[in-house]
Design a protein around this ligand. Sequence first.
Ligand SMILES: [Zn+2]
Length: 248
Amino acid sequence: MQIKTEGFVIKSIKYSEYDSIITIFTRKLGKVSAIAKGARRPKSAFKAGIQPFSYSEFIIFKGRSMHTVNQCDAIEIFYSLREDIFKLSYASYILELVGAVITEDQTNNSLFNLLGKTLYMLKRKNIEINTIVRTFELQFLEFSGLKPNINSCVECGNEEMITHKFSHREGGLLCEQCVGKDKCAVNVSKHTMRLANYLLNADMKKITKLKISQFLNEDLSKITKRYILEHTNVYKFKSLEILEGLVE
Ligand SMILES: [Zn+2]
């Protein structure tokens, strides 16, 4: 059976001298691994469209044990993301997160659209990368069904909190009465939670120039990164390790 679908290439690995196996987040089939025969030949028509980040239109043949890419036309290869180490690392991180939660035969249009918008915004010039990445993380959690409770206490629903304690394990804020549920709950600023609420509902296209302070960025990033590690099957952020080495 042949299927025509758009998709983002999440991973591309060398399979043999001329072939590659690519992992694609497709609109119609969810996550798919497929062999792209001859893709590594110098004149292959597939070459551009099967690189990581590439957004392409694929014709995929669904075999019994292995899928095959029969055709691949690149729509956008996001070349500029490869030229900037910061953008490259964050774009790789974004693909890593998406790859960790999507599964075969499970479509997720909201996440698919979010990934597209995020990569298109990241490739622009004069953008606030931190704001885009923080917004992606929050909306990614929502569209993956993992959104933490950031408006009220996750245990009792209390909305009138004086102190803000965030429990990674319980999945959100804990009020003064419920904070005993998790001794590892961490302090988080109410301004950070307000920002999180704003970004969660923001249109990715409209926040690309919004500057957020270093404190708020770090406070929010600390919460979301640990939350993602605890609630997905990502155990470390391989893509961000190079970047952290550069910043230190
Ligand atoms: Zn409570």
